[in-house]
Structure formats: structure tokens, C-alpha cells
Ligand binder design. Structure first.
Ligand SMILES: Cc1cc2nc3c(=O)[nH]c(=O)nc-3n(C[C@H](O)[C@H](O)[C@H](O)COP(=O)(O)OP(=O)(O)OC[C@H]3O[C@@H](n4cnc5c(N)ncnc54)[C@H](O)[C@@H]3O)c2cc1C
Length: 171
């Protein structure tokens, strides 16, 4: 249970505590200096402390924390990639994200739901099928579906043929 979130939910006063710390004065030296406070830099700092006991770490960020690609991406945490190596690697990442709010006692707004990657060409359909088979083989729930099934899951999509690139299927 993330206690920080529970406290925030029960509190009458807003806003809640500031979660981004004010930049500290730099020390003359560190055991490790990481350039860039994006997802990779922050994860490296976190795991250095957690797994290796190295906490004397500086993360130098020229903008604001995680304000690069990490803040601007689509933020889809998924493991339905194409190669077995990619699937295994990202599946482990999904596993880590599942418990991250608890681990950090901070709500990272992670929630699980379905995802459609639309296919508009024969080539995209073929790749979707390929991905689905690799995924299933490695235990990742993923399948190729066609317009009638897409319409059921996501009725907002325009599935007519009368568009420039009709939707032929989806992963
Ligand atoms: C549009 C878009 C959508 C994406 N969607 C997804 C998605 O859905 N799922 C997914 O898993 N991935 C997605 N990605 C990829 C993912 O966002 C990146 O792989 C990931 O964020 C890279 O993290 P990073 O820490 O390496 O880089 P960044 O998050 O870019 O961090 C680099 C940081 O370094 C700082 N920096 C750079 N130079 C210096 C310097 N000289 N001194 C100090 N600081 C410096 C920058 O300011 C920045 O904050 C997407 C990417 C984009 C662009």
C-alpha cells in the first residue's frame, strides 16, 4: 500500500507536499556522476543505491527532472515487441513497473489496460501476426484482431473503407 497516496487522499488541505526536491548545492566530489535526469539516469541512480549501496550519486539535469523524452513520451509500458530478446527485456520492465508505486511510496499513475496497434497495410498485418506469435510463445497476451472485433472493443474508431488508409486489423 503506498502510504503517501493514502495520506494525500485523506488530507483536507491542498496542494499536497511538493514531490520534486529543490536542487541541492553541489558537493566537491561524488562516487558517481550521472549526466541527464531522464528515465535512464534516474533508474541508474536508483539501482546504484538500492542494489549496490552507492548513494553518493549526483544526477545532473540541465532542464527539469525527467523533462526530456521521459516526460514527453506516450508512456506506454508494454512488452509486446517483435524479437524474443525485446519481449523478455520489456516484460521484466513491466514487472518492475507493477510494483513501483508501492516501492517508491509515490503514485506513478501506472494502470493496466489494453492497447491496439492499428494495421493499415498487408505488411503491417503480417508484422502484427508475427509479433503476436512471438508474444504468445513467450507468455505475453497479444493477438491479431480484425475490424469486427476492433469495432466491439473501440467503437469510436472509423472502420469504414471510405478513408485514405482503412484499418485492416490490429495487434
Ligand atoms: C514521442 C515519443 C513517444 C515515446 N513513447 C514511448 C512509450 O510509449 N513507451 C516507451 O517505453 N518509450 C517511449 N518512447 C521512448 C522513451 O521515451 C525513451 O526511450 C526514454 O524516455 C529515454 O530515456 P532517457 O533517460 O534515455 O532520455 P531522456 O528522458 O530524454 O533524458 C535525457 C535527459 O538528459 C538531459 N540532458 C541532456 N544533455 C544534458 C547535459 N549535457 N547536461 C545535463 N542534462 C542533460 C535532458 O534534459 C533530459 O532530461 C517515446 C519517445 C518519444 C520521443
Amino acid at each position: 500500500m503506498p502510504f503517501g497516496l493514502l495520506k494525500y487522499g485523506l488530507r483536507r488541505r491542498y496542494p499536497a507536499r511538493r514531490d520534486v526536491p529543490v536542487a541541492a548545492e553541489l558537493k566537491p566530489s561524488y562516487d558517481v556522476v550521472i549526466i541527464g535526469g531522464g528515465g535512464h539516469g534516474l533508474a541508474a541512480a536508483y539501482y546504484l543505491a538500492k542494489e549496490h549501496g552507492i548513494a553518493n550519486v549526483a544526477v545532473l539535469e540541465k532542464g527539469y527532472l525527467a523533462g526530456g523524452n521521459t516526460a514527453r513520451n506516450t508512456a506506454i509500458i508494454r512488452s509486446n515487441y517483435l524479437t524474443p530478446e525485446g519481449v523478455r527485456f520489456y516484460d521484466e520492465s513491466v514487472r518492475l513497473y507493477r510494483n513501483l508505486s508501492n516501492e517508491l511510496d509515490y503514485n506513478i499513475l501506472y494502470s493496466e489496460r489494453g492497447h491496439l496497434t492499428l494495421a493499415h497495410t498487408d505488411a503491417a498485418l503480417r508484422t502484427s501476426r508475427w509479433r503476436a506469435e512471438v508474444n504468445k510463445h513467450l507468455g505475453v497476451k497479444s493477438e491479431l484482431i480484425f475490424p469486427h472485433e476492433i469495432a466491439r472493443i473501440c467503437p469510436q474508431l472509423n472502420l469504414s473503407d471510405d478513408v485514405r488508409y482503412p484499418i485492416m486489423g490490429a495487434l
